[in-house]
Design a protein around this ligand. Structure first.
Ligand code: FES
Length: 117
């Protein structure tokens, strides 16, 4: 049996609480560190959240330091843009997509799904 995100309920333990929903406003980005993962958590609007790798695929820049406009994050170093919903690059010089991670909010807690090995 799978949930809305297509994830097996057997993977429930892979949902990790990363923030209070109140800690991040609409059109804001937050840096989240989970072990070796450095992630960018985006609140596009009240009930719309996304998560991608934080490191830009073009160079050594952290996307949480960039600018979020609707569903597009602009890298602070060279201005490449990515769609935070899919991780796909939207403009040069970004060419490689970002990895994305499912997000849900349970009782005011933002959780990110990260498969544990
Ligand atoms: Fe992000 Fe170059 S480092 S666009």
């Amino acid at each position: 049996m799978e949930d809305e995100a297509g994830l097996s309920h057997a993977s429930e333990r892979d949902w990790i609480t990363v923030a209070d929903a109140d800690a991040i406003g609409e059109q804001e980005v937050m840096c989240v560190t989970l072990g070796d993962l450095n992630l960018a958590l985006y609140r596009v609007c009240a009930d719309e959240w996304y998560c991608t790798d934080n490191l830009c695929t073009h160079g050594n820049a952290m996307l949480h330091e960039g600018w979020l406009e609707d569903c597009s994050i602009e890298c602070p170093l060279h201005g490449g843009r990515f769609d935070v919903r899919t991780g796909e690059p939207l403009s040069e010089p970004a060419q490689e997509p970002l990895s994305t991670y499912p997000v849900r909010v349970i009782l005011g807690q933002v959780q990110v799904w990260v498969a544990r090995s």
